[in-house]
Design a protein around this ligand. Structure first.
Ligand SMILES: Nc1nc2c(ncn2[C@@H]2O[C@H](COP(=O)(O)OP(=O)(O)OP(=O)(O)O)[C@@H](O)[C@H]2O)c(=O)[nH]1
Length: 474
């Protein structure tokens, strides 16, 4: 069973093949009924349906012809080579102070989907209905600074599925609206159909290569599945997207690696400034601290003014110590001190926050290499993870940043942040299909517990919910 059918079965209780069986059964029954009652008409050719409904669209013969398909390069977003200029756009975000209420309790993963949720999903709009903006979720009430501790204890843990569902609402609406506009324009599956489909996919950040691959494979599939109605075509497209994603990720291990002996586990966080490194370090420290682990943070961004204080602020909120030095100290020496301390004082986890920007790109990459060498010299199995933090809302820039970082600093996993924002979501498909670096964590908000282990099935459901469930309401 492909990923699409697995997700559909988990969330609606039935998969496509069962639906098709049901459909053909009911069609058979209807035919038998009409045979009995019909007094006159004898249908000689079963495929020749005399009256086509408005929705039906013909698959033209040229669908076959792959070579003739025009590929418009101009549709492809230019991928910026310069991470420093990418990051300058994000600079403003640095200034944000952490004034949000502190929420606590790491949500534990839920394996079962609550029944109430299943029923709810079955009532969702079908794909042919425009997906209207869902109402924004209610902002959490601000919490009085002095009462933080009390509310931390009282707050309910968020469950994973709900977090994915709520966190991906904007991305889902944006993809859904785009997809509906695309479907609304269609009358037939011809060359224009494939041009528009490629445009839709590229705009949704799935990446150029992936968009072309999906488009090519769909030519065959639309024919094979004999997709004529809009709902059939839509189903084939979403199924293809999801199944291809499942296929590409078969060998992928999304779990975080830990030290296998008594030595501390070290995670090194890299990425351009503003991507969300410090926030992710703060969120993860909170998680491990809540699990009873002894956590140390290292402030190895000694370049950006305010970066050390920002991490120290997180340390205070999390109740964990921060190894820091004065601004402009050699970051490798801060990391050396942190590793020594982590070993000596038997910390379980050391999280290292690094600079997102130096005078130039080469300098940054050299610095990251030096930090890694210092760690490995002290603890040969560390760092257990080099996590590249990418801002999910920067689309294709995130992909080019990942390529650059991976060339110089071997990245073991990706943290995709700000998926609760205006991300198109497709970047997750592009990362898997084009980079093959596993996404390990996702940021679904700014609060302390808005960091989740990446769960591909919940992510895909969160992103395509209406389209997957809608496909069962054909
Ligand atoms: N909505 C949302 N905002 C996030 C998320 N993760 C981080 N942010 C915000 O993004 C902004 C930048 O985050 P930082 O953690 O300072 O980024 P950084 O990579 O450490 O930046 P430098 O320290 O300059 O290298 C802050 O305002 C964070 O609150 C997320 O998952 N969702």
């Amino acid at each position: 069973m492909g990923l699409f059918d697995r997700i559909k079965k988990a969330f609606t209780g039935k998969d496509d093949s069962e639906e098709k069986d049901l459909e053909s059964k009911s069609q058979e029954e209807t035919t038998q009924e009409s045979d009995k009652t019909s007094e006159t008409t004898e249908q000689t050719d079963e495929t020749d349906v005399p009256k086509k409904s408005d929705e039906e669209i013909s698959v033209e013969s040229k669908v076959d012809d792959k070579d003739e398909e025009p590929v418009e390069n101009s549709q492809v977003d230019e991928i910026s080579e310069d991470t420093e200029s990418d990051s300058s756009d994000l600079k403003q975000a640095d200034e944000t102070e952490f004034t949000e209420p502190i929420e606590s309790s790491q949500g534990e993963p839920v394996s079962e989907i609550p029944e109430s949720q299943q029923n709810e999903t079955e009532d969702e709009n079908s794909v042919e209905e425009p997906i209207t903006e869902e109402p924004e979720s209610k902002e959490p009430e601000p919490v009085d600074e002095e009462n933080n501790e009390e509310s931390t204890e009282d707050s309910e843990p968020k469950d994973d599925l709900k977090e994915y569902d709520e966190g991906l609402k904007k991305s889902r609406n944006s993809f859904g609206a785009r997809f509906n506009r695309f479907l609304a324009n269609f009358r037939s599956v011809d060359e224009d159909f494939f041009d528009d489909l490629e445009e839709l996919l590229i705009e949704s950040d799935v990446g150029y290569e992936t968009a072309m691959r999906i488009s090519d494979e769909l030519r065959e599939e639309v024919k094979l599945e004999n997709a004529k109605k809009k709902s059939d075509v839509s189903n084939v497209i979403v199924k293809k997207l999801v199944d291809m994603y499942g296929e590409e990720g078969k060998e992928e291990d999304n779990s975080l690696k830990f030290s296998t002996d008594k030595t501390p586990t070290i995670f090194l966080f890299v990425g351009v400034n503003g991507a969300g490194k410090t926030t992710t370090v703060g969120k993860l420290a909170h998680r491990y601290q809540q699990q009873g682990k002894k956590v140390l943070l290292a402030a190895a961004d000694t370049f950006r003014a305010g970066a050390i204080e920002q991490l120290q602020e997180w340390g205070k909120r999390d109740g964990v110590p921060v190894q820091a030095s004065k601004a402009h100290t050699d970051p490798a020496s801060v990391v050396y001190d942190a590793v020594e301390r982590a070993i000596k004082e038997e910390f379980d986890v050391l999280l290292v926050d690094t600079a997102g920007r130096l005078q130039n790109k080469e300098g940054l990459m050299r610095e990251l290499e030096k930090i890694k060498r210092v760690i490995t010299r002290e603890l040969p199995d560390a760092p257990q993870e080099v996590l590249l933090v990418l801002d999910g809302s920067t689309g294709q820039n995130a992909l080019s940043q990942a390529k650059q970082f991976n060339e110089t600093t071997k990245v073991s996993g990706i943290v995709l942040t700000k998926l609760d924002g205006s991300s198109q979501g497709g970047i997750v498909l592009a990362i898997r299909n084009e980079l093959h670096i596993p996404v390990k964590l996702v940021g679904l908000g700014e609060q302390m517990d808005d960091l989740r282990d990446f769960d591909p099935e919940k992510f895909i459901y969160g992103l395509f919910k209406e389209l997957i469930v809608g496909a069962s309401n054909k």
